[in-house]
Write a protein that binds this ligand. Structure first.
Ligand code: AMP
Ligand code: MN
Ligand code: MN
Ligand code: MN
Length: 297
């Protein structure tokens, strides 16, 4: 039986590119045994209220966002945890991001039409939740559903990644501005999946220094699909840059080895977790990452 960690601070619903509705996501996480779950949809708070309502007793739903930013030509994701979703600065940021996402999604759709996918934007949109924030993740699942590719991973690699025919570059806001806005909304800025940016270690340290300097609080040191060495490396970077450690499955859909709470233990005694830190402890209903045996599906 797989082990499930109690705290998972990164997940998606169909308010962006997750396959589950906010209610289905919460039910699935609960069933598996997760006790604290952050919903961090891409550039939208659209699913938060529904997820909160579904959480009730037995699961603490942390209101979050995964904010897209640009740093030196890299697309960097800054997760915002425990934000006030109605703070004016967040509402304003969500509007700016939604406009960029819409323009980009339409541009990707036009490029996919040229590859033979008719009405690609409309069809991708129809598969997502109402008013969802459309990402390349949505498009990759749509392409796979047409049978043109076997998996969404294959669709991503064939059409959507940089250098492929439907890639559209977007200029997002800066890391510094995202951090500033998150702090202003009373939230905790977390640098998401730092090992997934395909940059050198030197560049990554430069990025982390910039994030810290701007007021960043934590690094996502444990993700579900990660090599053990990466986790130790990131835990040590937390200490070096005086940052706390966060953890997140980045769950989007079933059968991807990223189920809520899956494989999220931090290396023992190497870094301080957000829920253990004096300043943030009170925000959490659970203060240990100890694992339980997964509930049956
Ligand atoms: P975007 O923010 O529009 O650039 O889309 C990024 C999203 O695409 C990520 O959050 C993932 O959900 C998805 N994605 C990234 N890499 C892959 C991949 N190799 N296969 C499938 N989906 C991916
Ligand atoms: Mn995604
Ligand atoms: Mn991400
Ligand atoms: Mn994510």
């Amino acid at each position: 039986m797989p082990e499930v960690s109690l705290i998972d601070l990164h997940s998606h619903s169909n308010a962006s590119d997750g396959a589950f509705t906010p209610e289905e996501l919460v039910a699935f996480a609960k069933k598996r045994g997760v006790k604290v779950l952050a919903l961090t949809d891409h550039d939208t708070t659209g699913g938060i209220e529904r997820a909160m309502a579904a959480a009730g007793d037995g699961l603490q739903l942390v209101p979050g966002i995964e904010v897209s930013t640009t740093w030196k030509n890299f697309q960097i994701h800054v997760a915002a945890l425990f934000i006030d979703i109605h703070a004016p600065c967040i509402e304003e940021l969500m509007q700016v991001q939604a406009q960029k996402r819409l323009e980009r999604a339409l541009a990707i759709g036009r490029l996919l039409e040229r590859q033979g996918f008719e009405n690609a934007y409309e069809r991708t949109k129809a598969q997502a939740g109402e008013g969802a924030s459309i990402t390349r993740g949505n498009y990759s699942r749509y392409i796979a559903s047409t049978g043109a590719c076997r998996t969404s991973d294959e669709a991503f690699n064939k059409y959507l990644r940089r250098g492929r025919p439907a890639y559209v570059a977007t200029r997002w806001g800066s890391v510094e501005d995202a951090v500033k806005i998150i702090l202003e909304a009373g939230g905790i800025p977390v640098l998401a999946h730092p090992r997934r940016y395909e940059m050198t270690n030197t560049k990554l340290r430069e990025l982390i220094a910039c994030f810290k300097q701007a007021g960043g609080v934590a690094l996502e040191a444990a993700s579900s699909q990660q090599k053990p060495n990466d986790r130790i490396y990131l835990a040590d970077l937390c200490v070096r840059f005086e940052l706390l450690a966060s953890v997140g499955s980045d769950f989007h859909a079933l059968n991807t080895w990223r189920d809520p709470g899956h494989n999220l233990m931090l290396p023992e005694g190497r870094c301080t977790a957000l829920w253990e830190a004096e300043q943030y402890r009170h925000l959490f209903t659970v203060h240990t990452q100890k694992s339980v045996t997964a509930g049956t599906n």
